[in-house]
Write a protein of this length. Structure first.
Length: 241
């Protein structure tokens, strides 16, 4: 036992916080947390978009897909058990992402000088401000999307078993479709900046491959946004009815 332990009567582990807590308390730890949780959500929005493409195959296919999601791992788990577990994971990672982003923003705001003359700062600050505001828009949209197509609060004839009709009913309303379109444009900007910056945060940064980072960020954001925008537009113009 060390002299410190003899004086305090506590082990280093008992007297301090866990290493992951200490790491998260640093700026680097928060950046890693944002990158990792960002990867989780990037994977989710891509898979979610691909699954929703079944809308174009008709009511039977997308409703069957939705029922399959509810029955994942059944009967080993209760019906919707795996789905709700995944929802909890998404909620926790989203909370960590938001907290880390706000903490980094607050810390940078306290530390930054009053004036900047560098053009580099203007570009970086614009990207940071874009990420902040698109993040807020996307966060509010997630709440709206859950209320609309998960719980059916905006559709008096909502039917959990009829995803196709629920989507058509929502997107037939130009106001709701407009919200989806604007929110997904904000999502595209957020995905682009996030996909670009996470490589540097995770240490996957090499001058020989940096141009591929930009290509990946652009293609990923365009594919996800184009897919998501197609759903309300297809309903509004009568392709899906």
């Amino acid at each position: 036992m060390s002299a410190t332990q003899e004086r305090t009567g506590r082990s280093p582990r008992a007297g301090g916080s866990l290493w992951i807590t200490r790491f998260y308390g640093s700026a680097l730890g928060k950046k890693y947390a944002m990158a990792i949780t960002g990867i989780v959500w990037m994977a989710y929005v891509f898979v979610h978009m691909v699954g929703n493409l079944k809308l174009y195959q008709g009511p039977e296919e997308i409703n069957l897909y939705a029922d399959w999601l509810r029955q994942i791992a059944y009967p080993a788990l209760p019906a919707q058990g795996a789905l709700w577990a995944f929802r909890v994971i998404l909620l926790v990672t989203l909370a960590i992402h938001i907290h880390a982003a706000f903490a980094l923003w607050a810390d940078n705001r306290r530390k930054r000088p009053a004036k900047y003359d560098s053009r580099d700062y203007v570009a970086v600050n614009f990207a940071n401000r874009t990420m902040r505001w698109t993040g807020i828009i996307v966060g509010l949209f997630i709440l709206f999307h859950i209320a609309d197509l998960t719980f059916g609060a905006l559709n008096p004839e909502f039917d959990h078993a009829d995803v196709y009709s629920n989507m058509v009913a929502s997107f037939s309303n130009p106001v709701i479709s407009g919200i989806y379109i604007l929110a997904n444009l904000a999502l595209g900007l957020h995905l682009y900046h996030g996909a670009w910056s996470l490589f540097q945060t995770m240490g996957w940064n090499n001058p020989r491959f940096n141009h591929w980072r930009r290509h990946f960020a652009t293609i990923f954001a365009v594919v996800v946004v184009a897919g998501n925008l197609s759903f309300p537009i297809a309903v509004l113009v009568g392709i899906v009815a």
